[in-house]
Ligand binder design. Structure first.
Ligand code: GDD
Ligand code: MN
Length: 357
């Protein structure tokens, strides 16, 4: 059985249309529809109760004193009976006629199917460039901090289907809007598929999205990143970088002061030695869980890491040369300032490419 969870807040005008469309699109499918309403001032819960008479597949949960989309969905999961769960918005922005296709994908082995705006065939109706940019940026942050969410181009979609097993015995604790992100970060799944959707413009009622929702998103994202230990990874990366700084400066000093090599030539060697030592430490420690095995893969990562680190050469050397020649700064201090510049770039470039697994 399929359980469709629909969170609602002031959707009186949309709900009857949605219910009718679901009824029509899911003719031969065994399903229940669970409306989770947060005591909407417009009385959506009352209307939903009345609709139940005509549509026996409906259940209504009215929550009093709570107001949060993601926890509403969780409550819907808890009260539902199906072995397959779907979540969609009530405002008709998500196409109900896609549900049978998504269900087919689940039946053919997918654990999660994401109704995706950002896949071939998917699209968004009438969004301004600015809104699109925000959405893409928010998606980028999700991909950056929750590597598992890279399985889909649209981890922030509010329209998806999962097997219940994906979240079985997994404590979900989302805040705000991004329930799918929580599931992608913590759930147990292997096969994720995307169903292209056209995200329609809202016709009736208004969106509850506001600045508060965006703040909640960032809080949720950071908390999730902590829970899946991605913050730990950034700290490890920084620690390895710190060791690299000592390696870099040590080799630089030995070549310049002991071997009497011109300091900018010494820098070329010291940078490469520190790149290699950083790679080794990151590979056996920071990104231990994201390595694929085999010598060939290892060399591939070493090359990627070198390519990503290569801006360090012009950067460190030009900053060093500049600070020493024009400002008379001590060359090791100049080197240190040069080294610092590349850090953030290095982390994310490596996280997205070298150890992207
Ligand atoms: N129970 C409950 N409680 N439902 C809520 C609440 C709440 O506090 N706030 C909103 N909803 C319901 C709405 O009634 C609607 O059915 C659905 O949640 C989505 O709310 P919208 O306000 O229409 O959100 P949106 O269109 O801005 O955002 C949607 O698209 C985003 C992608 O752009 C959602 O699907 C987001 O999850 C998604 O990230
Ligand atoms: Mn909406």
């Amino acid at each position: 059985m399929l359980s469709i969870i629909v969170p609602t807040y002031n959707e009186k005008e949309n709900l009857p249309i949605l219910v009718k469309k679901l009824d029509e699109s899911l003719k031969n499918i065994d399903f229940e529809l669970i409306i989770v309403d947060d005591d909407s001032p417009d009385g959506t819960w009352r209307l939903a109760d009345e609709l139940k008479k005509d549509y026996p597949f409906m259940h209504v949960i009215r929550r009093i004193g709570k107001r949060d989309l993601a926890t509403a969905v969780i409550e819907g999961f808890e009260k539902s009976k199906g072995s397959i769960l779907a979540v969609m918005d009530a405002d008709l922005q998500h196409p109900p006629e896609k549900i049978p296709h998504m269900l087919d994908k689940i039946k053919n082995g997918a654990d999660i199917v994401v109704g995706s705006r950002y896949v071939k065939g998917g699209m968004i109706e009438k969004w301004s460039i600015v809104r699109k940019f925000y959405s893409k940026f928010a998606t980028f942050l999700a991909h950056a901090f929750i590597p598992k969410s890279r399985a889909t181009n649209d981890p922030l979609s509010g329209f998806f289907m999962i097997k219940r097993d994906v979240i079985k015995n997994i404590p979900l604790n989302p805040i705000g809007y991004k329930i799918l992100l929580e599931i992608l970060a913590k759930g147990k799944y292997k096969n994720l598929e995307e169903e292209p959707i056209k995200f329609k413009e809202r016709e009736k009622g208004k969106s509850s999205l506001n600045a508060g929702v965006q703040v909640k998103y960032i809080m949720h994202l950071l908390r999730l990143a902590w829970e899946v230990k991605e913050i730990h990874r950034i700290i490890k990366f920084a620690f390895v970088g710190l060791i690299g700084v000592f390696v870099n400066l040590g080799v630089l000093w030995a070549l310049t002061d002991l071997a009497k090599i011109y300091y900018l030539i010494s820098a070329v060697f010291s940078i490469e030695v520190s790149i290699i030592s950083n790679f080794l430490l990151n590979d056996i420690w920071t990104f231990k869980d994201r390595r694929s095995y085999g010598a060939k893969k290892w060399i591939e990562r070493l090359i990627k890491f070198n390519l990503i680190s290569s801006p360090a050469f012009p950067m460190q050397i030009s900053v060093m040369g500049l600070l020493k020649e024009f400002f008379g700064m001590y060359y090791l201090l100049a080197a240190l300032i040069g080294i610092f510049v590349v850090f953030v770039w290095n982390f994310f470039a490596n996280s997205f490419w070298t150890w992207k697994n």
